[in-house]
Design a protein around this ligand. Structure first.
Ligand code: SF4
Length: 331
């Protein structure tokens, strides 16, 4: 059982070491708008704080409110999202913004927030606690690790309940952020910095002398590998781009035209560039081959205005690899 003063120790540490981030309010300040908490949490789902910070600032400068975001075109939002990964999230972001704008405001309780598109157990709890002060536990992998270590759990069962038991009724938002910060900066998966940890005196994993071994790591299934071909058609300083189908990976995003990604494919002797890209559920080898005529419905994108196309990382990498070649026009 973790002592009751663990929460107080953590909160004091949070006040003293608060990470100032554009979507946060300082300890003791009025809560940030739910729009900012929601947007940051969706962006942070698979992207680091360092990457998200400037992208968040651009997003809220362009669309300062959820109503403004809801009124924007899919294309503009997907373009602004480019490079933040996992485009199903961007599509859910659009759907959620429009649903909240239709209702007139975010629901205030985690249970209701969870019914919105793209909002899972963790995100709904984070918004409810940080923006609306609901006493709920927001458990992501960082928090799961901290709670497992505090309790000395090899198998992180029951963690949401244990996290909730630690959560104080009066400052649930600060507590959620204190736990997030501890997991991100001190109670790291490898080499936890226990000597700097405010709760080491009540940590079972620390007492064991091998904190890093808690909780036991889950075996990950190997990531499958796929192959794809993309076509490079260039004329008068512009490249032919298409829009991917709305459904599926990178749905609705700008792309080089190409074929389906399959499990096995021969090496193309005429490939002018090959890039490897890792998605959440598989890795991809994309070979870019020259093609004389444009493929499918699309548009000519000037090579000196590529950043306006809203290309996802995969195609930005592929295009950069092609542009690094001198003989790319040979079809
Ligand atoms: Fe994590 Fe070490 Fe702190 Fe325990 S003492 S919570 S293992 S950083």
């Amino acid at each position: 059982m973790v002592p009751a003063n663990a929460a107080a120790l953590l909160l004091q540490h949070y006040v003293d070491n608060f990470r100032c981030l554009p979507w946060r309010a300082g300890p003791g300040e009025p809560a940030p708008a739910a729009y900012r908490v929601w947007l940051s949490e969706v962006m942070l789902q698979q992207t680091t704080v360092t990457t998200v910070r400037p992208r968040f600032e651009r997003f809220v400068e362009r669309w300062p409110t959820i109503e403004a975001l809801a009124a924007a075109s899919d294309e503009d939002i997907l373009g602004e999202w480019a490079g933040l990964g996992y485009y199903a999230r961007a599509r859910n972001l659009i759907a959620c913004a429009r649903e909240v704008a239709r209702r007139g405001q975010f629901p205030r309780r985690a249970a209701e927030l969870r019914r919105l598109p793209g909002i899972g157990a963790y995100t709904s709890a984070a918004i409810a606690a940080i923006a609306f002060g609901e006493r709920v536990a927001a458990v992501d992998t960082n928090v799961e690790r901290v709670v497992s270590r505090l309790h000395g759990l090899r198998n992180p069962k029951n963690v949401p309940q244990l996290a909730l038991e630690m959560t104080p009724a009066d400052r649930p938002g600060d507590f959620v952020q204190a736990m997030m910060d501890l997991g991100a900066t001190i109670c790291r998966p490898k080499n936890p910095r226990c000597t700097e940890c405010p709760v080491r005196t009540c940590c079972a994993a620390f007492a064991s002398g091998q904190p890093e071994t808690f909780p036991e790591r889950r075996q990950r299934a190997p990531r499958p590998h796929r192959h794809g071909v993309a076509y490079w058609t260039e004329r008068s300083g512009a490249v032919w781009l298409v829009r991917r189908p709305a459904k599926g990976l990178l749905g609705g995003m700008a792309a080089l035209p190409g074929n389906d990604w399959i499990a096995d494919a021969p090496e193309r002797a005429n490939a002018i560039a090959t890039v490897r890209h890792v998605f959440t559920h598989f890795s991809l080898n994309l070979q870019v081959v020259p093609r004389a005529e444009p493929t499918g419905e699309g548009w000519w994108q000037p090579l000196d205005r590529l950043e306006d196309a809203g290309l996802p990382t995969l195609y930005r990498k592929a295009i950069a690899a092609v542009l690094a070649q001198g003989d790319r026009l040979a079809a």
